[in-house]
Design a protein around this ligand. Structure first.
Ligand code: 6R9
Length: 658
């Protein structure tokens, strides 16, 4: 990928397939006793008390797990706690009020530090403001904000008063915001005027306003002023200015509401097989315990660390590993507003040096970009503070893994390749950094207490090396409890495939393909449903297809993921026009525009291929596999079962011409 291949790295690391955690790391690791796997198995489900013990409970729980209504499992039943109390107050009370909780850096280099005391004050005041606005326990508050400190503050303020939040990634469009607000029947929105992206000002308020026009409820909105005077925003009757609200509540304190362990902490919408996003429900006790436990055992977070997860809080990774996990453990979490290549491609390494970051967690797509830009960028900065590296979001290829290990970690930091999902709440498959030998490209074994198996279509375990479907055979505290307002879809999407409901045996199906080796290391291959993973962002092909067929002149569309050097996967759209002609530039632009409008710029097709027909089976099903192979420029298999085999060559010719 780099113009000049790193000869030395290639020679020495290429052949190497196993890496042991460095001695110095093991000596200080939070978890370093390999017996933990056996202990968790023997004690299960009581092993999860270790996770719950990382938190302060207002009321002790009676049962670790209740499975009477499986797969509607309940965890830490009878327990009561407050997430904001656990992430903020208790650190203030334990004498660490002056310790930095959040260190924020704006794109342009502005900085803000919130100590735990600052966070306590701000969360209380905003919680008081939300209450004054009429927000009650269990009201869903939508947060549509970029990476600014007011986002975690608003999340914690909601948690404090027991109002579940639903964070909508700022890159989502107005339509996507409206869909999510309507689905959750959310009557409150916290947003901001705008923010900076590669030096440009993005008008976020305009997008929020546009979205609100399609929201059924009479929404009350709070607007954070991120830009000062750059954009004027209209503050009507139902709009409030964040700073004014907080100023009015100066010095106010709100008692943290004791929430039942099973009460909803938040909703997070994610893409599924159908066009409608799913509202994944996470709870207070189980989710928070699990986020804290995995932050402790996998990310090895200690209170004195400078910890940085370079994800966006708008996705689950940011929820669990920028906000809840790290703050529950009382560490310093670094937050960065901008992109990795602005103003220069050394921006992230500049921040690692500046904040003396100990633990760094990012996505493979970012690592592949770093590789492409070249090692001179990290080489020019002092990265010696780093102790542990992590990746998440998509499979990491061994070359990228080794590049990360060498050029960022200087061969002295373990790399944890963590497989998990919005639905799992926290990490599920990865090596423990103080214990496990690392094998680049393979995430590792299932975590202690997690029973993962790779099975064939009949549900039988596959032999080592054979590809199959990833399944999870027992529940865990961080698991989703249901899909908001849709228990049926919850069962259908995750439990129907491999469970034996008659025998009350429930198997969770994450819709990923995988292989397993003799050491029980799992290599996750990717989604087996109609979800594609573009730069670690989960996109439903159906969502994109429905945006495309909404364009006048388009008759039919099929969207697939094709492999992409940096993004992992990219969106390929095959489109049939209404009049059967090849779509011109205008139609091309309208399609792009509509996808950006319906979802957001990150869902933009990499290529749009106009075709008179789509390859279909005799029963009329679109052969997506074939379209994927075409996008990947791969050799095509047997096409004789197609109703229209002749179309394949035609499409192929067109793709290679582009
Ligand atoms: C946390 C997050 C989940 C999907 C998941 C899988 C893919 C995530 C991975 C990985 C291979 C890893 N995925 N981590 N694939 N190796 N380490 O990303 O959640 O946005 O819900 O995506 O991402 O396909 O099913 P989410």
């Amino acid at each position: 990928m780099t113009d000049e291949p790193d000869v030395e790295l290639e020679a020495r690391l290429e052949e190497k397939e196993r890496f042991d955690p460095p001695e110095a790391f093991v000596e200080q690791a939070n978890v370093s006793d390999p017996d933990i796997y056996e202990e968790f198995e023997e004690e299960w489900p009581d092993c999860w008390e270790r996770a719950a013990d990382l938190l302060d409970w207002d009321e002790e729980y009676d049962d670790v797990l209740v499975d009477d209504e499986a797969p509607f499992y309940e965890w830490f039943v009878g327990g009561e706690l407050n997430a904001a109390y656990n992430c903020v107050d208790r650190h203030v009370e334990s004498g660490r009020k002056n310790h930095a909780a959040i260190k924020w850096e704006g794109e342009g280099g502005e900085t803000r530090t919130y100590t735990y005391q600052d966070l306590y004050r701000e969360v209380n005041e905003f919680a008081a403001a939300l209450r004054d606005m009429g927000v009650e326990e269990d009201d869903v508050v939508t947060l549509y904000m970029p990476m600014i400190p007011e986002l975690p503050i608003a999340m914690l303020a909601c948690a404090r008063i027991g109002a579940p939040h639903s964070v909508v990634f700022a890159g989502f469009s107005a339509d996507a915001l409206a869909t999510r607000m309507n689905s959750a029947e959310s009557e409150y929105l916290v947003t901001c005027d705008g923010y900076y992206r590669r030096g440009d000002v993005l008008n976020h308020k305009e997008k929020a306003d546009k979205g609100l026009r399609s929201v059924e409820a009479d929404v009350e909105t709070v607007v954070v002023d991120r830009l000062g005077d750059e954009l004027t925003h209209f503050l009507g009757k139902r709009h409030h200015d964040y700073d004014e609200l907080v100023a009015e509540q100066s010095g106010e304190r709100v008692d943290p509401v004791s929430r039942d362990a099973e009460d909803m902490l938040f909703l997070m919408y994610t893409s599924g097989t159908t066009g409608k996003p799913k509202g994944v429900k996470h709870t207070t006790g189980g989710y928070l315990s699990y986020a804290a436990w995995t932050s402790h055992s996998v990310l090895d977070i200690k209170p004195e660390d400078s910890y940085w997860c370079a994800a966006d809080i708008g996705w689950i990774t940011g929820h669990s590993y920028i906000v809840y996990g790290p703050l529950a453990l009382g560490t310093t979490t670094v937050m960065y507003e901008g992109t990795p290549d602005y103003p220069e491609k050394d921006r992230l390494w500049e921040l690692v040096e500046k904040y003396a970051v100990d633990i760094f967690y990012t996505a493979p797509t970012a690592i592949r970009s770093f590789m492409k830009w070249g090692k001179e960028y990290p080489d020019s900065k002092d990265l010696s503070s780093l102790r542990l590296l992590g990746t998440v979001g998509e499979p990491i290829n061994p070359r990228a893994w080794k590049w990360y290990y060498k050029h960022i970690g200087d061969e002295s930091c373990p790399v944890v390749d963590t497989w998990w999902q919005t639905e799992t709440g926290g990490m599920m498959i990865t090596t423990l950094p103080g214990i496990g030998t690392m094998k680049p490209g393979s995430a590792g074994p299932a975590l202690p207490g997690i029973d993962a198996e790779i099975v064939d279509t009949a549900g039988e375990a596959v032999s080592p090396g054979d590809a199959g479907y990833l399944t999870i055979n027992n529940p865990w505290p961080g698991m989703l409890r249901t899909l908001y307002d849709n228990d049926d879809r919850f069962i259908n999407e995750y439990w129907r495939e491999y469970s034996d409901s008659e025998a009350d045996e429930w198997v969770y199906f994450p819709e990923d393909g995988a292989t397993i080796d003799e050491d029980e290391y799992i290599t996750v291959l990717g989604r087996v449903d109609d979800v594609i993973n573009v730069s670690g962002h989960r996109l439903g092909t159906m969502e994109i297809e429905s945006a495309i067929v909404g364009v006048p002149g388009v008759a039919e569309a099929a969207v697939v993921g094709g492999s992409h050097e940096v993004k992992g996967e990219a969106v390929y759209a095959y489109v049939i026009t209404e009049d059967g002609t090849e779509g011109g530039e205008e139609l091309y632009d309208s399609i792009i525009e509509n996808v950006e409008r319906a979802i957001g710029p990150f869902a933009r097709p990499e290529e749009i291929i106009f075709t008179p027909e789509l390859p279909k089976t005799r029963s009329g099903k679109i052969m997506r596999r074939l379209l994927e192979d075409i996008a990947n420029g791969e050799q095509l298999g047997n096409t004789s079962t197609l109703r229209n085999p002749e179309i394949v060559e035609e499409i192929q010719a067109q793709v290679s011409a582009e």
